[in-house]
Design a protein around this ligand. Structure first.
Ligand SMILES: C[S@@+](CC[C@H](N)C(=O)[O-])C[C@H]1O[C@@H](n2cnc3c(N)ncnc32)[C@H](O)[C@@H]1O
Ligand SMILES: [Zn+2]
Length: 441
């Protein structure tokens, strides 16, 4: 079992090492985490990411997570362009790849690379040694081995605040949210992760309730729910402390699976709860609706006038607002282009992802996505190509409820989360009719 090592305490923290503790300081599940990390670890190999070389040794490292790392580095670099400095706390750094990239690519002024497993120390030090340790009299990086909550709380107690905090955690461990917000500067960014696909899928509602305060039931757009559960949990935790957080982008990756969200934190109260509420899905008609707190008790689906409430599942409270900020993602896209990561036939996957996320940010689009297989099965037809149904939706007249006038087209785009699915504000019944019409043509 791993134990906390004080010999690795960084000199930049001025508190004195406490006396040796009889009990391990890691949470009780840390042992499982380390077993899990051994189970998926790679033998010592040299890896390359965006031209940077590093060893992964026996640390937990997933090469497939490079897109999540690319997005983090782009976000950190954008931050640095608009602020006087960039201080990064990489709270669960593994082999230190992100710390290295924050230093080399985002030009971070300082990175605190922390990983609870002190067996990774040699590896992290060797990977970071590519970057000069000092810039003038100032250290550019430091390596520590504390429990993430502990290091972030110590930084907060020392009033040593960070601009960007990256917590690349396993499972649905949300216990670090509060300590991360504590250690973050106002207007700073925090990049958080969940890998709990079971909770997102509604298979562990008690677990999602404990971790994120959301009772999550099975819904067809489970992987988007996973992101909304994580954002909702962060929104609530920030509100406890008098902060408000806004998602700048939300990224789901099926490797893992991994749910990642970049949040900006500011001072503010949870007075605007428009985007923190409940979501229903009706198994009978396939429609989804969002409910505010005031509407609790009046939840029913128009298709059945509360006669068959069993057809309805409700999840929440969770984040029902936009998953991303389009203007922010456009800046990220432009920076990626400037760096030559996309454009002229390179970086097609990253470019496609960012463009899809920008389209998903259309404020006319509601939460969730509609799987074409579900529409096809309800319509009892073969599913047409995604492009065909999207263009039919965009051309179809829709009735504006308030003004009783007809407007042109539904909003529709692909979802970065599910490949054969669309995000649209078109009700399921109309999607079914459109698909049937397409079949008859
Ligand atoms: C998902 S891996 C990190 C991967 C790394 N960020 C990357 O991009 O390659 C999670 C890391 O967190 C460390 N860890 C797990 N629980 C921790 C805790 N409570 N405090 C600090 N580190 C922890 C593990 O040793 C592991 O290296
Ligand atoms: Zn219904």
């Amino acid at each position: 079992m791993l134990s906390l090592s004080f010999k690795t305490l960084s000199p930049f923290l001025s508190f004195s090492p406490p006396k040796p503790q009889p009990k391990p300081l890691f949470p009780s599940n840390y042992h499982q985490i380390s077993l899990c990390s051994n189970a998926t670890s790679h033998s010592s190999t040299l890896q390359t990411e965006r031209g940077l070389q590093f060893e992964v040794g026996n640390s937990f490292f997933r090469p497939e997570s490079f897109t999540g790392r690319d997005l983090a580095v782009l976000a950190a670099a954008l931050y640095k362009r608009s602020k006087p400095e960039l201080r990064v706390l990489d709270a669960m750094c593994g082999c230190g790849v992100r710390s290295l990239r924050y230093l080399a690519e985002a030009d971070a002024d300082f990175v605190l690379a922390n990983d609870g497993n002190d067996e990774n120390r040699g590896l992290i030090l060797s990977n970071l040694s590519q970057i000069p340790r000092f810039s003038g009299d100032n250290k550019r990086w430091v390596v520590t081995h504390f429990d993430a909550n502990r290091i972030m709380t110590e930084c907060y107690l020392q009033r040593d605040f960070f601009d960007f905090i990256d917590v690349d955690s396993f499972g649905s461990d949300s216990s670090f949210l509060r300590s991360a917000f504590n250690a973050l500067k106002l207007d700073g960014l925090v990049y958080v992760t969940s890998t709990d696909g079971y909770s997102a899928g509604g298979h562990r509602p008690h677990n999602s309730l404990a971790s994120y305060g959301a009772y999550v039931r099975p819904m067809p757009y489970a992987n988007e729910i996973g992101l909304r559960m994580l954002i909702g949990g962060a929104v609530r935790e920030a509100a406890v402390m008098g902060y408000c957080v806004t998602p700048l982008f939300s990224y789901y990756s099926y490797h893992g699976p991994v749910f990642r969200v970049l949040l900006r934190m500011d001072r503010g109260k949870l007075t605007d709860i428009r985007h923190y509420g409940f979501i229903s899905y009706c198994h009978k008609c396939g429609n989804s609706l969002a409910y505010s707190w005031d509407e609790l008790g009046n939840i029913s689906c128009p298709c059945s006038e509360a006669k068959s409430p069993r057809s309805l599942v409700v999840s929440g409270p969770l984040w029902t607002g936009p998953l991303h900020q389009a203007s922010y993602l456009t800046d990220i896209l432009n920076l990626a282009e400037e760096w030559g990561w996309i454009g002229e036939g390179v970086g097609l996957d990253l470019e496609k992802l960012l463009k899809q996320m920008i389209e998903e940010s259309n404020p006319d689009l509601p939460f969730g996505y509609t799987k074409l297989d579900e529409v096809a099965s309800r319509a009892k037809v073969n599913s047409p190509p995604l492009r065909t149904i999207m263009s039919a939706l965009q051309k179809r007249d829709r009735k504006a409820m308030v003004l009783e006038i007809f407007m042109e087209g539904y909003a529709a785009c692909r979802s970065h989360i599910a490949c054969n699915a669309i995000k649209t504000n078109c009700p399921m019944t109309t999607c079914i009719s459109i698909m049937q019409e397409l079949q008859d043509q």
